[in-house]
Design a protein around this ligand. Sequence first.
Ligand code: NAD
Length: 482
Amino acid sequence: MSSTLEASGTTYEDRNPATGAVIAHVHETTREELDAAVRSARKAFDGGKWSNMAASRRAKVVYKMAQLIAERAQELMMLEVRDNGKAVSTAKGEMGAIVDCFEFYAGAATKTYGETMPPPLPTYLANTVREPVGVVGAIIPWNFPLLLASWKVAPALAAGCTVVLKPAPSTPLTAIELGKIALEAGVPEGVLNVVTGSGRELGQWIVEHPLVDKIAFTGSTATGKLVAKTAADTIKRVTLELGGKSPTIVFDDADIDAAVAGALYGIFYNAGQACEARSRVLLHRPIYDRFVASFVERAQNVRVGNPEDPQTHVGAITLPEQFEKIKSYCEIGRSEGARSLIGGIPASLDGECANGLFWTATAFEAEPGHRIAREEIFGPVVTFTPFEDEAQAVALANDSDYGLSASVWSNSIGRANRVARAIRSGTVAINTPYAVFPGVPFGGYKQSGYGRELGMETMRLYTETKSVLTYVGEKAMNPLGL
Ligand code: NAD
């Protein structure tokens, strides 16, 4: 960030959740510094060096960012593992996805086409151009710090926007590196500004700031509602990627082994701290017992452990408050009468992880009305609920305030696609646990948010449409005849 202000000296401690060790002292951005960061982004935008740069040149710079991230993938991966506590096996896949995201949007920079309309009058030409929306406030949660930053920064830069990027307080380190990478790649100074802070007010200041044009927010539904309300005061453009309670639906004609493997991944990937975690498994009655028995047996082999061990499946829980939330939901589940099948307690580790935050792979049998089957837990906790027929499966899947993602397992193409169409969520994956790829729009229905990331249509959300009307008639117009 280019600023004439002296940076304040206040810092806060950033800890590795797997060990409890302090790994960084992070700058506490003051309100004046945030204002300077926004003004720096505004100046860079209005100056036009980036926003008016030929799209093909911008594309090359964004592509260069992809290359630099690829070169530094190992180092960024370990930084993410230590900052977030996620298993290295998870973080590794993310690094590839981040490179893919920057590459995809580098390509998109030269493809944000306008349109030519049929002339409204014979003497007119009418066309639209897509212009960058302006200064973007990008606000990121802690579960996929660099990945989710890349989902916003890559399309914003490709579109010609400037950005104020705010990582979550507990996981700021890779965002800071992204700022350095941008400068090294040739992004002009002032275009990408990274601000860090320990409190919720920093995000609030960004959303309130009159010089910010758009907020791209990922986080909880509760905070998303606040963001939308605050942004309304200045009519900011807003996209919201919020929470979820996504179902896995398994029919009796599915490949049960594959569906169990998919369901295990769907909840234990990233320790269940994933917005699209498949946290409720809906099972066709005839295969219910077989599926549950197989899941529980295989879940016993889930390795909860040191995130830096390549064999670990489930790393640390990132925040003490998140750990407490998981604990309290397991208690709620038991008190509501949900039947505990496996886990439901903290995992104790030895050695350097003895003070870390770890939770066992957990599964409950639950009624659809149980809170653990309805509310987002954001941890390695899954519920199983039976259904009798297709109509009930769809009804249960849709009986949620959320609508982010879903998996359907069936070997009937007709049934799987019928159910996919009936489910009110932004993504439906059929017979696969993997459903998030650059190029494929990702986002929510209902209270999981609005707007889409990762797709070509995302470029529309970082641009404004300008209509240009040109009079090409021979005779000058004189509408009032004066
Ligand atoms: P959170 O809502 O607490 O915080 C998200 C971000 O918003 C953080 O950077 C935080 O500092 C900031 N923030 C807090 N208060 C703010 C305010 N008043 N104004 C502006 N910004 C503010 O969420 P979290 O706990 O960091 O993340 C977990 C949540 O994120 C879960 O609900 C999860 O489902 C959701 N999530 C959604 C997606 C998606 O793509 N839909 C992806 C990942 C996570």
